[in-house]
Design a protein around this ligand. Structure first.
Ligand code: SF4
Length: 439
């Protein structure tokens, strides 16, 4: 039997990339690859890139430059670039960095086996098309392996919203929803392989409108179909746009026991003037009223959000409106970033905020968010929550998992197995996690 080849994948960015990296590893498993955690051991290195951060492409080029010595030592080593930078830069990557053998965009991962074979014959392989066939169906043709208790499942890709700061509509293309039967079959397959919690992924997941047996289904209707799967205990979804938070999805948060009380609903700014310039097509007020309705359906829901600070032309008064919105919502989690230009997006051309001013605003916003996050987390002490155990903790005998609200929870001397869903009484709150005892 021939020795397995080793694959090293470095994943940047969002959960969609984590999911895609898993699918790429599975697709290349059919070519005799097993994953390694060490680039020095690898026969193939894949960088699964993200275009969200500032100078993302430059960072990929500098990362690639580090493999020069390794490629000189191992001429058979193949180096590939996947993800949004691959989609945005395409052939330019091979031109600027000749040691790259393969460039593959997010819509073409099912083509990886044939692309890898081409590189083994000494060629270069490039595919950044948006093909007609369903890449997920092609990727499903793979050996089945046991899985951990949680998994991501992509249900929707791309976005038509064109927020002025975002590259997703350009790198991932227009919104496409996968058909319901294919998602259900992948979900059943995951559950058979040990998964108990599924997070439905999409760049704009609540805009889901996949074909069902009697017409298109909404995300809420899809969730109710998933709810029927025995053995699947928890359903989450991310990331949502406020304008696609339909009545049936809000209602499902109040009535579907498997749908977890956690919602990531980015707002980006609290200023209507900036929201308009961002092309967000909602206002701070409409967002706040939406949260009221969601909390009326599910009072204990933990809200999570995203913010961009220092967006072009943001004034101190605009920023103050963001702080006011944060004060009102009281997020359990929130992610905040300083605006950075993404070439090709409308906002990149506009007058930029002084970087020192933007830094200062970011620190002030993060201080407020951290205060609320901590207070929401601390409010769990004394409560009983359900925890899905995912892995051993750092201390001997300790096990770690996530509560329904997505808080990390550790239990010392826990008589539980990975994959167990147990009630835990929270006894302490540390910086980034809770400690509990089995109830
Ligand atoms: S809705 Fe999200 S993915 Fe779509 S353009 Fe706006 S920020 Fe990007």
């Amino acid at each position: 039997m021939s020795k397995p080849k080793k694959l090293f994948i470095k994943t940047y960015g969002c959960q969609m990339n984590v999911y895609d990296s898993e699918r790429m590893a599975e697709a290349l498993g059919g070519q005799g690859y097993v994953e390694t955690q060490c680039a020095d051991d690898a026969d193939m290195i894949l960088l699964n890139t993200c275009h969200i951060r500032e100078k993302a492409a430059e960072k990929v080029y500098s990362e690639l430059g580090r493999f020069k010595g390794l490629k000189a030592e191992k001429p058979d080593l193949k180096i590939g670039v996947a993800g949004c930078v691959a989609q945005a830069e395409g052939e330019e990557i091979m031109r600027r960095q000749p040691l790259v053998d393969l460039v593959v965009g997010p819509q073409s991962y099912h083509r990886l086996p044939e692309m890898e074979a081409k590189t083994r014959q000494g060629g270069k392989a490039l595919n950044t098309d948006f093909p007609e066939e369903d890449k997920f169906e092609q990727l499903k043709k793979r050996p089945k392996a046991k899985r951990g208790p949680t998994a991501f499942l992509t249900v929707q890709e791309g976005c038509d919203k064109f927020c002025a700061f975002c590259v997703v509509p350009y790198t991932r293309g227009a919104e496409v929803s996968r058909p319901v039967d294919r998602i259900l079959s992948e979900a059943r397959d995951l559950v058979e392989r040990g998964v108990r919690e599924i997070t439905l992924l999409g760049q704009n997941v609540n805009a889901y409108h996949g074909a069902g047996p009697a017409g298109d289904m909404t995300l809420a209707q899809l969730i109710w179909q998933l709810d029927k799967i025995d053995g699947l205990e928890r359903i989450r979804f991310t990331t949502s746009h406020p304008n696609d938070m339909n009545d049936d999805l809000i209602e499902a948060h109040g009535t579907c026991d498997k749908l977890m009380p956690y919602l990531h609903l980015p707002v980006q700014s609290g200023s209507d003037r900036i929201l308009k310039r961002m092309n967000r097509s909602h206002t701070a007020e409409s967002y706040l009223r939406l949260i009221e309705r969601i909390r009326a359906a599910r009072p204990d829901i933990l809200m999570s959000g995203d913010f961009i600070v220092g967006f072009p032309e943001e004034s101190e008064a605009d920023f103050q409106a963001t702080l006011d919105l944060v004060e009102e919502v009281k997020y359990g989690y929130a992610y905040s970033f300083k605006y950075s230009t993404r070439p090709g997006t409308p906002a990149a051309e506009r007058p930029q905020v002084d970087p020192a001013e933007a830094d200062d605003r970011l620190q002030r916003l993060q201080a407020l968010i951290t205060r609320d996050q901590r207070s929401v987390q601390d409010s769990m002490v004394g409560r009983e929550v359900k925890v899905l155990f995912e892995k051993p903790g750092r201390l001997p005998g300790q096990m770690g998992g996530k509560s329904d609200y997505l808080h990390a929870v550790h239990v010392d001397d826990a008589d539980v197995e990975i994959g167990d869903l147990r009630r835990v009484r929270i006894v302490d709150s540390a910086a980034n996690s809770l400690r509990g005892v089995l109830a």
